[in-house]
Ligand binder design. Structure first.
Ligand code: IFM
Length: 453
């Protein structure tokens, strides 16, 4: 096999998020988040679990940094729990929460690991949801206050900021599909939420730049390949619509192309936005959302196989019959070619200045075997195939600057609780012991060589 080298300054990292790993849900003045409330509501989480303890990273972060160092990671992407900083969402600041992240950042820098900080990975203060949450414009205003407070505190040391993680999840998955907190089934609310998430991003960008001189600022979007088996005209439209719903709605807005006209029209026809126009969009909003970014964070896992469904406008249906690729434990088809095509598309069609893969990885349940080790070869195969796709896209010109494997360690997988394991580090939730899986050792080798085979 030939060795595939990456550029000298390529950033190799791993990613996590606050609610998924920290635990300590009530510690040191933290406010309740929408995920605390949601997970504590019976029936919402598959295994009836919550992030109350999770990986106890709030206590064990020095040990977790030591693991990162052992792997030779260049960078670590984590998120800040907004309710630790502003327990009520705005107003009173909780210095103990700031202190936690300040120590974490210092610890990372001492270990030679660059912090990539995400401001919002879904754990909004419940107090803001009580006032309506993301469908309300005031939540975007509160977010900017939060961005200001935390970037004033950390902006001297943190030089990579991500405003939001996967606004599709924070809006449609949460307010329309109802699988994530706060668990609503309301299309108009989801559309307004998506707009206010993006607006809060656009408003926060100049604030982050002001408080963190020289920093790189971006946003992370999640993308899925929208595939069809048979290219009938109806199916081609179905794929385009799904791409509009999941990908273009966010990407076009951030890139200054406004919301896609075809999607807006579809939503109008379905009655999700009023005939007179989307009332949640005010003058100047689209320009604010299009604030220039230094990079786009790309999260990619899988493809969706789709077919037209005339009974369910404007959404297509799953084409389960043709979704025949091998799957991860999430049930997601393994489709590395989609990552190659995505990175090329972002480069050639959207001309983005810089890309980081801020998440990519696989859930496989493999645990310790007879020898006590975790031989997660399927995860290694998954990562290798996706590294290869990224490598090919870079050869084609995509400005990919780094890759963050999801996830550093097994953690709370949202509505699926602890039933899924995405980590390259095994976590024993009884003892909180951590153990490097084979994939972590393999990744360590990739980082050391700056190449893979
Ligand atoms: O665990 C999540 C993460 O929080 C956001 N992106 C997808 C991951 C796997 O589902």
């Amino acid at each position: 096999m030939t060795s595939k080298p990456f550029p000298q300054d390529f950033v190799w990292g791993t990613a996590t998020s606050s609610y998924q790993i920290e635990g300590a849900w009530q510690a040191d003045g933290k406010g309740e988040s929408i995920w605390d409330r949601f997970a504590h509501t019976p029936g919402k989480i598959m295994d009836q679990s919550s992030g109350d303890v999770a990986c106890d990273h709030y206590q064990r972060w020095p040990q977790d940094i030591a693991l990162m160092k052992e792997l030779g990671l260049h960078a670590y992407r984590f998120s800040i729990a907004w309710p630790r900083i502003l327990p009520q969402g705005s107003g009173a600041v909780n210095q103990a929460g700031i202190g936690f992240y300040s120590r974490l950042v210092d610890g990372l820098l001492e270990a030679g690991i660059v912090p990539f900080v995400t401001l919002y990975h879904w754990d909004m203060p419940q107090a803001l949801q009580d006032k309506g949450g993301w469908p309300q414009r005031s939540t975007a205003e509160a977010f900017v206050e939060y961005a200001d407070v935390i970037s004033r505190a950390l902006g001297d040391r943190v030089k990579h900021w991500i405003t939001h993680n996967e606004p599709w999840c924070a809006s449609f998955l949460s307010y329309q599909i109802g699988e994530h907190a706060p668990g609503l089934h309301d299309w108009p609310a989801a559309l307004a939420a998506s707009h206010h998430l993006l607006l809060s991003h656009g408003w926060a960008v100049p604030v982050l730049r002001r408080n963190s001189p020289g920093a790189e600022v971006g946003i992370t979007l999640n993308f899925t390949a929208s595939e069809i088996a048979t290219p009938t005209p109806e199916n081609v439209v179905a794929a385009r619509v799904y791409d509009g719903y999941f990908n273009r709605w966010f990407l076009d807005a951030v890139c200054g192309r406004h919301y896609p006209a075809d999607m807006m029209e579809g939503y109008r026809q379905a009655g999700f936005v009023p005939a007179g126009g989307a009332g949640f969009i005010q003058d100047g909003d689209m320009a604010a959302i299009a604030a220039p970014i230094d990079f786009l964070g790309v999260n990619y896992y899988t493809r969706f196989m789709l077919k037209a469904d005339g009974n369910n406008p404007p959404m297509p249906a799953d084409d389960a019959e043709h979704a025949t690729l091998p799957r991860t434990d999430m049930g997601w088809e393994i489709f590395p070619q989609g990552l190659y095509e995505l990175l090329c598309r972002l480069h050639f069609e959207y001309k983005l200045p810089k890309l980081y893969i801020t998440e990519n990885g696989a859930s496989f349940a493999d645990g310790p075997g007879a020898d006590g080790q975790v031989h997660d070869t399927r995860r290694i195969d998954y990562l290798r195939a996706h590294f290869d796709a990224a490598h090919r896209a870079m050869k084609a010109g995509a400005p990919l600057a780094g890759y963050f494997v999801w996830s550093l360690m097994d953690n709370f997988e949202w509505a699926r609780g602890y039933t899924e394991r995405f980590g390259i580090v095994w976590v024993d939730y009884e003892t909180q012991e951590r153990m490097l899986k084979d994939s972590a050792l393999w990744y360590k080798g990739v980082i050391a060589a700056n190449a893979f085979e």
